[in-house]
Design a protein around this ligand. Structure first.
Ligand SMILES: Cc1cc2nc3c(=O)[nH]c(=O)nc-3n(C[C@H](O)[C@H](O)[C@H](O)COP(=O)(O)OP(=O)(O)OC[C@H]3O[C@@H](n4cnc5c(N)ncnc54)[C@H](O)[C@@H]3O)c2cc1C
Length: 537
């Protein structure tokens, strides 16, 4: 016999966790939240510094790899995505940024009625439990998602802020305030110095609700459909076993992320007809936009070596800091283990800007980058600079063998390279400030020999990567390439919505966790409104 629920939410990540919580606030409905990954109860997830052990973890990450990037010297880029309760917010850097008001105005102008800034602001506020005394007109005080500052920021992170100020950038104490321009210490989704994913904030406190079932280590294989109506989901069959089906009396909502959701649609026969036919997947709904419109923030590095054990890193000089870190963290949540690495950063305008900041900085008080490396020997500091509103568009598709192919198509629009190069020049100027003189070693990337546009472009091709914000692959809208309508219902399909990073028609100007949480909040209200329940407070 099939198990039956009112709502099935696929994916317990940033958006899915919020949605499952809000839907199950109504005791009259039964909600099933399905997560392919397992528990998040590991110090690697809960202790902020554990984040560097997760990107390439086989247990916690899906570890996708892109197709060779033609304009990045044919390199394949690593694309980590969280695979555990909490999803990508169980491995992310915890920075709390909403994007610009103008991003959401662009969504509304592109046909997404109800998604302008004033429409989405209440949802940002509803989710947030701001610990910083920031403007209550913009910030929620009582929501489950704590927003706090790093417990023990590295002194060199503060030097970055000072260097940015001396370059003429304002010091910004609220990047989610009226203007994001400037440099500062980032606000984080942490509670008492521990990571706070939306699973931890929204679902964990109500997990014993009788009307909420949370399944872990269970992967949805495809949608269970009758014609163009979704009846439920089919789970991946255990080896040698039969596939299990779960029925949704009302709706299935895909919250499997910007890679997982379109992949699931394609596997279920919802996508571009020619692609599905070539991959041997029976076509249920010809929906040409599925997997298209892939966007991400391309990122260039300026990095400087140092001998100073003030910065994070392993050396004889830092041995005491490293060895004492577990005790310091245990007793007062301070010290080396409390860092999220990307403690400071900001938003700046390059000479190519249209008036709004067009690049974002992520400052790391450690050598080179934390990306995927468990141990970095030695010390240093670095600025990651990313293009905030990339013009390049990639795609995610099934190849002829039915395998997932992920092509960012980075730098297909040459303007992205121009903006990135100007941003990296700004980053280099910040790091050249005398405030760093006492600890400065040689610039490693892009390296002092890199000066002209051509030099920079060659460096970008050789080293640029992403800051892990894929979005847009089930875009919301009303044009022929839109996958979901502004109420998040999938065009041409009954009983199915998508609510996660994939629905962004245009990538927001900043980190994507808070926007996904907002999407989960708004999805809950859209669903409650459709089925006749008033909005939750
Ligand atoms: C390394 C890293 C650092 C980042 N740093 C930041 C940061 O500091 N600040 C910030 O704002 N953003 C950051 N991000 C981005 C941000 O975390 C994500 O954009 C956001 O969490 C995406 O939310 P989502 O709901 O779309 O998907 P996810 O949170 O990825 O959730 C999708 C969930 O669906 C599950 N799933 C997928 N397929 C299936 C299936 N078939 N069956 C069942 N379950 C399935 C997955 O396992 C996952 O748990 C970072 C991301 C990464 C990877």
């Amino acid at each position: 016999m099939n198990e039956s629920y009112d709502y099935i939410v696929v994916g317990a990540g940033s958006a899915g966790s919020v949605l499952a919580r809000r839907l199950s606030d109504d005791p009259a409905v039964r909600v099933c939240l399905i997560e392919a990954g397992g528990s998040d109860a590991s110090p690697r997830v809960q202790v902020p510094a554990g984040t560097i052990t997760l990107y390439k973890s086989r247990r916690f990450s899906w570890n996708y790899e892109s197709a060779p990037q033609t304009r990045l010297n044919g390199r394949r880029l690593h694309c980590p995505r969280g695979k555990a309760l909490g999803g990508s917010a169980s491995m992310n850097s915890m920075i709390y940024i909403r994007g610009f008001a103008s991003d959401y105005e662009r969504w509304a102008a592109a046909g997404c009625a109800g998604w302008g800034w004033q429409d989405v602001l209440p949802y940002f506020r509803r989710s947030e439990g701001n610990r910083l005394g920031q403007d209550p007109a913009l910030h929620g005080q009582d929501g489950p998602l704590w927003v706090d500052r790093p417990r023990d920021p590295n002194p060199v992170s503060r030097w970055f802020v000072e260097a940015g100020r001396r370059l003429g950038l304002p010091v910004n104490t609220d990047f989610n305030g009226p203007s994001a321009l400037g440099v500062g210490v980032y606000d984080l989704t942490q509670r008492d110095g521990q990571r706070l994913s939306s699973y931890r904030a929204f679902v964990a406190p109500v997990r014993d609700r009788a009307n909420l079932t949370v399944l872990t280590d269970v992967e949805v294989d495809q949608l269970w459909m009758d014609g163009t109506t979704v009846k439920g989901v089919q789970l991946q069959a255990p080896e040698g076993g039969a596939a299990r089906r779960l029925q949704a009396q009302r709706e299935v909502i895909l919250c499997a992320g910007a890679i997982g959701s379109p992949h699931l649609l394609l596997r279920s026969g919802i996508g571009p007809r020619a692609q599905l036919e070539a991959a041997g997947v029976p076509v249920r709904v010809d929906l040409p936009g599925v997997g298209q419109n892939l966007q991400d923030h391309l990122d260039g590095l300026v990095t400087v070596r140092s001998r100073s054990p003030l910065t994070l890193g392993f050396s004889l000089g830092s041995a005491w800091q490293v060895l004492s870190a577990p005790l310091r963290y245990l007793f007062n949540r301070k010290g080396w283990l409390s860092t999220n690495y990307v403690e400071a950063g900001g938003f700046a305008r390059t000479p190519l800007s249209d008036g709004e900041p067009d690049v974002q900085f992520h400052f790391v008080p450690g050598y080179r980058s934390h990306r995927g490396r468990l141990f970095e020997w030695g010390h240093g500091y670095a600025i990651h600079t990313c293009v905030l509103r990339p013009r390049s568009r990639g795609e995610l598709r099934l190849d002829a063998q039915g395998r997932l192919a992920l092509d960012y198509n980075f730098l297909s629009d040459p303007q992205d390279a121009r903006v990135l190069i100007e941003g990296m020049r700004l980053a280099r100027k910040i790091l050249a400030d005398p405030v760093f003189d006492g600890i400065r070693g040689p610039e490693m990337l892009p390296g002092p020999q890199v000066q002209s546009d051509e030099d920079f472009l060659a460096n970008v091709r050789a080293h640029a990567a992403t800051v892990f914000h894929p979005a847009g692959t089930c875009k919301m809208g009303v044009d022929p390439m839109a996958v979901v309508a502004p109420d998040l219902r999938v065009h041409g399909v009954r009983g199915l919505r998508v609510a996660d990073a994939s629905i962004m028609p245009v990538l927001v100007s900043g980190n994507t966790n808070a926007p996904c949480i907002m999407i989960g909040e708004k999805a809950a209200d859209l669903i409650h409104a459709a089925w006749g329940r008033a909005a939750t407070a």
